[in-house]
Design a protein around this ligand. Structure first.
Ligand SMILES: C[S@@+](CC[C@H](N)C(=O)[O-])C[C@H]1O[C@@H](n2cnc3c(N)ncnc32)[C@H](O)[C@@H]1O
Length: 217
């Protein structure tokens, strides 16, 4: 997540020609960078807008996010929710819950977002909902598990998005040189490639976003 896969000048040009962050997101981005460990985990302006635009296009009624961190991507995704829509977001780290809630309030989304604290693998089965859009952005070793756990909760035509699928470029290294997470991402990408129930595109934006559309049960 620290390696810039897109040449910095191109990345800057793309950011310069992308709408500004809404004030709540700009403040959240700033506070995360000043006060929170691992601010590199935050989606940021460019990826945030990609998520926001995808959500606007799909107009989901229900979104599930796995990996809230400080709430940046949750706020972006929630922008595109249908009128009666709702976003559920899961994180294992309770320390950031209050900060997230403060920014959900600042963005006027406190009634549209429910935070769940705990291990995603424990919480997902307890969510008795169908999700038009799922965003997987938590521990890389378990992406394959989360994909399997959510698959039946997504209707045909729904979307599963996954972040960091290029894992700093690790996925193109010879197998023996891949790190643990790079290998997990490579295996996840191969799993998607071999799944005939979906169509998919790997966008080389930031650290790589896999967009999966379910076409069969
Ligand atoms: C990359 S960050 C999420 C960034 C966020 N989606 C954004 O774009 O701003 C990953 C998050 O996953 C959480 N996480 C890691 N393992 C988890 C698990 N087993 N269950 C739930 N959350 C987990 C971490 O606490 C961390 O906040």
């Amino acid at each position: 997540m620290t390696v810039v896969l897109i040449p910095p000048a191109i990345n800057k040009y793309a950011e310069d020609h992308t709408s500004a962050e809404m004030p709540a997101l700009a403040a959240l981005n700033r506070e995360t960078n000043m006060k929170v460990e691992m601010p590199v985990m935050l989606s940021g302006k460019l990826q945030g807008w990609v998520l926001q635009m995808m959500s606007h296009m799909a107009k989901p009624r229900r979104i599930l996010e796995i990996g809230t961190y400080t709430g940046y991507s949750a706020i972006c995704l929630a922008q595109g929710l249908a009128e009666d829509g709702h976003l559920h977001t899961i994180d294992i780290n309770e320390e950031l819950q209050d900060m997230c809630f403060r920014y959900f309030c600042e963005a006027g989304l406190e009634k549209k977002i429910t935070q769940h604290i705990g291990k995603a693998a424990d919480i997902i089965p307890a969510l008795d909902e169908m999700f038009d859009m799922v965003f997987i952005d938590a521990d890389k070793q378990n992406y394959h598990l989360y994909y399997d756990m959510v698959f039946d909760k997504v209707p045909v035509g729904g979307f599963i998005l996954a972040d960091n699928v290029l894992f700093e470029g690790d996925v193109v290294l010879p197998e023996e040189q891949m790190g643990k997470n790079g290998r997990a991402m490579h295996l996840f990408n191969e799993k998607i490639k071999n799944d005939t129930r979906v169509e998919h595109v790997l966008l080389p934006v930031r650290d790589g976003i896999m967009i999966v559309r379910k076409i069969a049960n």
